[in-house]
Design a protein around this ligand. Structure first.
Ligand SMILES: C[S@@+](CC[C@H](N)C(=O)[O-])C[C@H]1O[C@@H](n2cnc3c(N)ncnc32)[C@H](O)[C@@H]1O
Length: 213
């Protein structure tokens, strides 16, 4: 029943996203054909909307792939008056591909590219950031939080993808490291008085967490 609803629901939500740059559409086609896990149109548009609403100008992404989510944040930062989006991925080929896509959209001037382990790249930056987005390997989620907290400004926003993790998070038989990593990050954020947070069940579940000043 859930699957019968889930597919059409997500297609419906993606279909509501306004017409976007042809380069973004090409990136979506590439993800579909290669099975590459991008956040997709509805979550991308949500990230763009939230970054616009909060006036974010300093954004750090952990786990940027070939720059699809980066493009949504970079457009928001551009429209907010300019700033920087940090793109981090440990694969040089993906970083190069991201640079080509962002250049094609005229957004490369807003992006700093780091070929690095993402948490180490964040720790190397002075911060503070208005918005931090996390989409690294899921077993790394809980370990990323202590690096994220001091780099986010008071009143800043943390967005984390895959908080439903293919619905494995509420299947008690799933005890693998990735699922446990998502569960632990969820516990840490939702039980802390330092965050006001919600998981929106768009695509694979996206966490919006406000850093209480
Ligand atoms: C889920 S994909 C990112 C998709 C991207 N956020 C988007 O929506 O367009 C995660 C990417 O980050 C890389 N990655 C995973 N964990 C990482 C880490 N700890 N440090 C750097 N890169 C990482 C993966 O190899 C992959 O290319």
């Amino acid at each position: 029943m859930a699957d019968a609803i889930q597919g059409p629901l997500q297609s419906y939500l993606d279909g509501l996203v306004p017409t976007r740059h042809p380069e973004l559409v090409q990136m979506e086609d590439y993800a579909r054909s290669r099975g590459f896990p991008i956040i997709g149109p509805a979550c991308g548009h949500l990230c763009y909307e939230v970054a616009r609403m909060t006036g974010a100008r300093r954004v750090f992404e952990l786990g940027s792939g070939y720059g699809y989510s980066t493009a949504w944040f970079a457009r928001a930062v551009q429209e907010n008056g300019g700033g920087v989006v940090h793109h981090t991925v440990w694969d040089a080929a993906l970083s190069g591909l991201a640079r080509r896509h962002l250049t094609a959209m005229g957004l490369d001037g807003l992006v700093q590219f780091h070929v690095s382990e993402a948490v180490a790249a964040l720790e190397a930056q002075p911060g503070p950031f208005d918005l931090i987005f996390c989409d690294i390997d899921k077993e790394g989620y809980p370990g990323a939080l202590p690096a994220i907290e001091p780099k986010l400004r008071a009143g800043g926003l943390l967005i984390v993808d895959n908080l439903l993790w293919g619905n494995r998070v509420f299947d008690p038989s799933r005890r693998d490291k990735a699922t446990e990593g998502v569960r632990e990050l969820t516990r840490l954020v939702t039980r802390s008085p330092g965050w006001v947070s919600s998981i929106l069940p768009i695509r694979d579940g996206i966490l919006l967490a406000y850093r209480v000043p």
